[in-house]
Design a protein around this ligand. Structure first.
Ligand SMILES: Nc1ncnc2c1ncn2[C@@H]1O[C@H](COP(=O)(O)OP(=O)(O)O)[C@@H](O)[C@H]1O
Ligand SMILES: [Mg+2]
Length: 399
């Protein structure tokens, strides 16, 4: 009898122990499904295929073992920070940590564009942090190639790496909790002048990184500029390089993704010869206009670049003329006084300097628009002349 009892305990104790563990975990609503050790080698190869991780295969495998042994700590971290989200631990493919991915949770959802779905994940490592994970179809791989070229550039969203999984590309970025400048515009949260200059100085630097490599963004709009405005910092970062190409290869019909931010020249010029850098400068100008005046330029959306082929030539000319006259009327109204002041040698305020810069960026003649290097240096000079103690970063955006 005793022997039977002994065997029962030996056989069933582990199951009992596991059941209690499960109960405790389900109470916390945490589900752990750690990857089995035997897949480590496969994953190491996968990471090496993905690219520059700075570790060799052996180091990677050792790294994975270490990470797996840290699973419990990781779950605890998750419990403290995101306790209401059931999670799945996965993707230790990334060398410097592994990712906790929330599943079926609205709370993990960050945003969605035309191509990608963006969710929160946690990167576990010495200093765990939340990252943004973009999930895109495989044919968006092109964007990853661009990101590899511009990684670490000023004004570009910090990019951690990408993996290919289940016919999807998952790429990882610094998470910006306040989201895009578009969400500020939508909530009618005005930026003060210093915030505007700081954010657009960053974004101009980001666009400059592209232009200096011969690349054009082609989709500069409010949802593709991230902001982070706290009492400690005020920064902007450029995202979404799905339309980015070498300027010399930009002859595929795509001029600018956002209709409202497309310049007028495609109406009258040959698409093959359009200056694509000047298109980016114009699109950025429309964003800066919106940040300063709190509205879109008056001629926005007069035509739709995506259906350009549908306009007969005579109508194109008419639309172009309409844009020119709206631009001129607006110029007179918005910066007429500043132009007169500068012509008579009066010093301009910083606001007036920015307003003049915006109208140069929006010029209907692309050759007259400043280069992005010029835009960025003008903003830099203005920024340097603005005393930090006049900062009021908390006022506009603190929740
Ligand atoms: N790193 C991030 N932090 C916070 N929000 C982000 C981040 N990356 C993207 N988003 C949000 O997700 C949206 C879609 O991302 P995006 O890369 O522009 O995808 P798409 O190519 O589909 O437009 C963005 O407009 C932004 O609101
Ligand atoms: Mg986008």
């Amino acid at each position: 009898m005793r022997i039977v009892l002994f065997f029962c305990i030996v056989l069933f104790a582990p199951q009992l122990f596991l059941m209690c563990g499960e109960k405790a975990r389900s109470h916390q609503r945490i589900v752990y499904q750690g990857p089995p050790i035997r897949t480590l080698e496969k994953r190491a190869d996968m990471v090496l295929n993905v690219g520059k991780v700075g570790l060799n295969r052996r180091q990677l495998i050792l790294g994975f073992r270490f990470i797996e042994s840290k699973t419990k700590e990781c779950v605890n971290f998750y419990t403290v920070h995101e306790s209401r989200i059931p999670c799945l631990i996965e993707r230790s493919e990334l060398f410097h940590g592994f990712l906790l991915r929330s599943i079926q949770s609205k709370e993990a959802f960050i945003g969605r564009g035309c191509f990608k779905k963006v969710s929160k994940v946690i990167l576990y490592g010495p200093q765990p942090k939340v990252l943004a994970e973009c999930s895109a179809p495989l044919d968006e791989k092109h964007e990853i190639d661009i990101l590899e070229q511009i990684r670490g550039g000023e004004g570009i969203v910090p990019y951690y790496g990408a993996v290919f999984r289940e016919r999807k590309i998952l790429s990882y970025y610094e998470y910006f909790p306040q989201g895009s400048i578009g969400s500020l515009f939508a909530r009618n949260k005005p930026l003060d002048l210093l915030q505007t200059v700081k954010i657009f100085h960053d974004i101009a630097k980001g666009v400059r990184v592209l232009h200096e490599k011969g690349l054009v963004h082609r989709d500069l709009h409010e949802a593709n500029v991230l902001v982070d405005i706290t009492s400690q910092r005020c920064i902007g970062a450029l995202i979404d390089f799905g339309f980015t190409v070498l300027a010399e290869n930009a002859n595929d019909g795509t001029v600018q993704g956002a209709v409202y931010r497309c310049p007028p020249e495609p109406l009258v010029d040959d698409l093959a010869t359009i200056d694509r850098y000047a298109v980016d400068v114009y699109a950025l100008g429309t964003l800066l206009y919106q940040a300063v005046w709190g509205k879109m330029v008056s001629w926005a959306g007069v035509y739709d670049i995506h259906v350009l082929h549908k306009y007969p030539l005579s109508e194109r000319k008419e639309l172009y003329e309409r844009i020119v006259s709206l631009y001129e009327a607006s110029l007179e109204q918005d910066v007429g006084t500043a132009i007169q002041k500068s012509q008579s040698g009066y010093p301009l305020t910083n606001l007036e300097k920015i307003q003049l810069l915006i109208y140069q960026m929006l010029d209907v003649v692309p050759e007259r628009r400043p280069s992005i290097a010029k835009v960025s240096s003008v903003l830099e000079v203005i920024l340097e002349s603005m005393p930090e103690d006049e900062q009021n970063v908390e006022s506009a955006l603190s929740p």
